[in-house]
Design a protein around this ligand. Structure first.
Ligand SMILES: Cc1ncc(COP(=O)(O)O)c(C=O)c1O
Length: 403
């Protein structure tokens, strides 16, 4: 029956739904894609794609072999394969298997954690600059977003984050941090756990941890602390397009995020993830490749007097000394697609570490761009062009973050 109360609730729900619909939760690939769209560009075969923190090496050979052999099974939901991944990961990390959930990438559990633990009353506390997806998710829960600038060494200013809002629901710590590639110390994370507002949790995003010296936080999960750790197979394991990620936390915390939905996982992805975990030299080998290339790029940047943040991961920030958006546009004109700008650091751009050949091309294009004027490059992607392009997959607010 249509009582006045139910009509009111209906309108309230409808209003909430349409507000949310205007504000999709954007993630790394969508932000990179949106930036390219605004420049009317699509990758060509020779494009240098260093804008989305992907791993150009792709899945390891063992993972590829497993996926090929599994293809004919693609007609089946196979929950056993997901369980095998859970069992493999939890055995390696000494965790009980009910502390691990598998998703098609770490974006889903990231969003669900923010939705589950923030609200109008309980804010989201983030570092600035840091990965933006939690902030997009907080728009759905209606939570206040409290941004705390990174410390002078570009680590998370954990003391300031803990003190930022006594009503915090989630403190998001991206360790190592996207976009700066910098580390937040174990002491700082322990401090946050000991001093965070009552009822809040830490969301420790370890998407890039394998590239770095950062201390993982999984033992804190095992010790029963109030945190959820995220891992992804998109970065060091080169499976961004295949989609596999993990949420690791106490079962009572995971139960809260499970209320937002669990789905069958892509069988190729979970089998490839298990195979990757079972390849012992994979992480050290890929870490070395990434470190060697990044170190050489840093030597080149230093030799050419460019200012950069010494990252430990597969991306780094460079100060262009001018609006970073101009440099992005000028680089795109040279078929080199670099990452985005964060509003708090408008002259800095994020560069993903690609292959050696990618980085050679990056260096040539960057030097050219930095020795000439760049304002015209940005003007050539004017509002008329953007309008002509259409912005179907771009929510209006995201335009402000992009070119
Ligand atoms: C810090 C961080 N967390 C999470 C993700 C989401 O990755 P995925 O959904 O591919 O696991 C990304 C993607 O770039 C990221 O940079």
């Amino acid at each position: 029956m249509n009582t006045p109360l139910s009509r009111r609730s209906f309108f309230r729900m409808a209003a909430a739904a349409s507000a949310a619909a205007a504000m999709p939760i954007l993630t790394e690939p969508q932000l990179a894609h949106a930036q390219r769209r605004r420049m009317a560009h699509a990758y060509g075969p020779d494009s240098v794609r260093i804008d989305a923190n992907e791993n150009p090496l792709g899945p390891c050979s063992g993972a590829c072999a497993v996926m090929s052999s599994l293809l004919p099974e693609g007609g089946r939901y196979d929950m056993e394969l997901t369980q095998k991944l859970v069992d493999t990961f939890s055995a390696q990390e000494g965790l009980s298997s009910d502390y691990v959930l598998v998703y098609a990438g770490s974006s889903e559990p990231l969003h669900y954690t923010v939705l589950a633990f923030t609200s109008h009353q309980h804010s989201l506390v983030v570092a600035d600059p840091s990965y933006e997806a939690p902030m997009y998710a907080a728009k759905y829960s209606g939570a206040k977003i409290v941004k705390v600038p990174l410390a002078a060494d570009y680590s998370h200013d954990v003391r300031a984050m803990v003190a930022a809002d006594p009503g915090a629901g989630v403190l998001y710590i991206c360790n190592p941090n996207n976009p700066t590639g910098t580390i937040t110390s174990r002491d700082a994370i322990e401090y946050a756990l000991a001093n965070k507002p009552q009822g809040s949790i830490l969301l420790v995003d370890e998407a890039y941890i394998h590239f770095s010296d950062a201390t993982p936080s999984l033992d804190l999960v095992k010790a029963g602390k109030d945190l959820i750790v995220l891992r992804t197979f998109s970065k060091v394991y080169g499976m961004a397009g295949l989609r596999c990620g993990l949420a690791i936390g106490r079962p009572d915390l995971l139960a809260k995020i499970m209320t937002y939905g669990m789905n069958a996982n892509p069988i190729l992805a979970v089998a490839a993830a298990t195979s990757s975990l079972q390849t012992p030299d994979l992480v050290p080998m890929r870490r070395k490749i990434n470190t060697d290339i990044r170190t050489d790029v840093f030597s080149w940047l230093t030799a050419n007097n460019y200012k950069f943040i010494p990252s430990q991961i597969n991306c780094f920030m460079v100060d262009t000394g001018r609006p970073g958006r101009e440099v992005i546009a000028a680089m795109a004109q040279r078929n080199v697609y670099i990452g985005r700008v964060w509003p708090i650091m408008p002259t800095w751009v994020r560069i993903t570490v690609g292959t050696r050949s990618d980085m050679d091309k990056f260096q040539v294009a960057f030097k050219e761009v930095m020795t000439g004027p760049t304002a015209a490059a940005l003007r050539s992607y004017g509002p008329a062009q953007v309008a002509a392009l259409g912005t179907r997959d771009l929510p209006p607010h995201s335009a402000k973050l992009l070119l």
